[in-house]
Unconditional design. Structure first.
Length: 92
């Protein structure tokens, strides 16, 4: 199994239903990015072993979110509904 992480910020006045977002998130969100592009300069998919340890993957993902994802979200134009959800203690 593998996964990637997409970040998106959308102005609150254009908040959409979950069905609309599933159809085409790139078209609907004016500000979107993959975490891998922010942290590595290229797309990245984390591989999760079927029966192996996952702690190192979790540590890596949390690091990338704190160091690259949260700062990117904070750089987005004010008025995005995602910005107030950021934890106060988060770095960035």
């Amino acid at each position: 199994m593998s996964f990637t992480i997409n970040l998106a910020a959308d102005p609150i006045e254009s908040a959409l239903s979950a069905n609309e977002v599933r159809r085409s998130p790139q078209r609907l969100y004016p500000h979107h990015e993959r975490l891998g592009f922010l942290s590595r300069g290229r797309d990245h998919w984390w591989k999760v072993p079927a029966d192996g340890p996952t702690l190192s993957i979790a540590v890596e993902v949390i690091h990338d979110i704190r160091e690259f994802g949260i700062p990117w979200l904070r750089e987005q134009p004010k008025g995005n509904f995602v910005t107030p959800w950021l934890p106060r203690h988060a770095k960035g």
